[in-house]
Design a protein around this ligand. Structure first.
Ligand code: TPP
Ligand code: SF4
Length: 290
C-alpha cells in the first residue's frame, strides 16, 4: 500500500503530542529507505493498544507492514516476527500504559536477549484512549478518574528502569521536535540490538504537560526537559544514571552499550559453533518415542 487506509477513522485530538511522533517515524522511515535503498515493506510496525498504538494506522505516505496486537504484548509479537524474519526492520509503537504497566514484564527478557527491535514509546503520563486513568508515569498527587484524591503511588522512572534492565540503546526525546526525533529513531533502527526511544508526548485532553516540559518564565515554571550536555558519554553508565535520576527529563542519547550483539547474531554464532550436534526435527521427535 502506498497510502493509509481511508476507512480507518480513528482521530487524535488536535494538539496531541502523537502527531509529532508519527511525523518523526515517517521521516525516519523515508530516510532509511533512501539511505539503505530498502523498500518500505522491509519494515513492520508492531503497535500497542491506546491512542499511541493507532500510529500504525495514521501514517501518511508509503506504508510499512503493520500489526495491531493485544494490549501490552508488542514485545512478544516483535520477538516472534524477528525470530522468523531477522532481516525485517521491526518498530514497536506503544504508550506508557501499554509498555510500562501491563507490558512491563516483557522489557527485561528482551533486554537480556538484546532483541534487535526499536521501541518508540509515547509517554503522556495517562491512559488516553480509555479516557484518563492514572498510568505508571502519572505524577504523584495528580487527580485522574482512578485517583480522585490525587495519585498516591510514586511514578516510575522509565529511563532508570531501562538502564536497570540492560536495554542496549536508550534515547529520550520530545514529540515537539519531530525532525530531531526522526534522526534519533533512525539511529535507533540502525543500532544492532534492543533500542528504546522514550518520547514525552503530551495528552492535551487528559494530562497536558507541554508547559511543564517547556517551562514558562512568566509563571516562574522551570522547563522539566533539558538537552544532555555535550560532554555526556553515552557509554558511561554512571553518567546515564545521574541524568536519569536528575528529577528532570534529559533529552538525547542517554546510554549506548558499546559491545551490543543482537539475539539473532548470537543464535547464528551458536548454530555455527555447534553444527555437528544439530538434529533434524524427526531425530528430536524420535527421542520422545520409546
Ligand atoms: C487486556 C486489556 N486490558 C485493558 C484494556 C483497556 N485499555 C485499552 S488502551 C489502555 C491504556 C492505554 O494507555 P497508554 O498505553 O498510555 O496509551 P494512550 O492511549 O495514552 O496513548 C487500556 C487500559 C485492553 N484493551 N486490554
Ligand atoms: S486523548 Fe490524549 S492521547 Fe488520546 S488522542 Fe486525545 S490528546 Fe492524544
Amino acid at each position: 500500500m502506498t497510502k493509509r487506509n481511508p476507512d480507518y477513522d480513528f482521530k487524535w485530538c488536535p494538539g496531541c503530542g502523537d502527531f509529532g511522533v508519527v511525523r518523526g517515524v515517517e521521516l525516519a522511515l523515508a530516510d532509511r529507505m533512501q539511505r539503505l535503498g530498502e523498500p518500505v515493506e522491509k519494515t513492520a510496525i508492531v503497535a500497542g493498544i491506546g491512542c499511541s498504538g493507532n500510529l500504525v494506522h495514521l501514517q501518511e505516505g508509503p506504508q510499512p507492514f503493520g500489526i495491531h496486537g493485544i494490549h501490552g504484548r508488542t514485545l512478544p509479537i516483535a520477538w516472534g516476527l524477528k525470530a522468523s524474519r531477522p532481516d525485517i526492520n521491526v518498530l514497536v509503537v506503544a504508550g506508557d500504559g501499554d509498555f510500562l504497566s501491563i507490558g512491563a514484564e516483557h522489557i527485561g527478557p528482551q533486554s537480556k536477549r538484546n532483541l534487535d527491535v526499536t521501541a518508540v514509546i509515547m509517554d503522556n503520563g495517562i491512559y488516553g484512549l480509555t479516557k484518563g486513568q492514572a498510568s505508571p508515569t502519572t505524577h504523584l498527587n495528580v487527580v485522574t478518574s482512578t485517583t480522585p484524591y490525587g495519585k498516591l503511588d510514586d511514578p516510575v522512572n522509565p529511563l532508570e528502569i531501562y538502564l536497570g534492565l540492560g536495554v542496549s540503546l536508550i534515547v529520550s526525546a520530545v514529540s515537539s521536535r519531530p525532525k530531531e526525533l526522526a534522526q534519533l529513531i533512525g539511529m535507533a533502527m540502525d543500532h544492532p540490538g534492543f533500542a528504546i526511544v522514550h518520547v514525552q508526548s503530551p495528552c492535551v485532553t487528559y494530562n497536558d504537560t507541554y508547559e511543564a516540559l517547556k517551562g514558562n518564565a512568566k509563571k516562574g515554571i522551570e522547563p522539566a526537559a533539558y538537552d544532555l550536555p555535550e560532554d555526556h558519554d553515552p557509554s558511561d553508565m554512571a553518567s546515564a544514571y545521574q541524568h536519569a535520576r536528575s528529577g528532570r527529563i534529559p533529552l538525547g542519547v542517554l546510554y549506548r552499550r558499546p559491545d551490543s550483539v543482537p539475539m539473532h547474531e548470537r543464535l547464528e554464532k551458536a548454530k555455527a559453533a555447534h553444527s555437528a550436534k544439530q538434529r533434524t526435527v524427526d531425530e528430536m521427535l524420535a527421542t520422545f518415542v520409546v
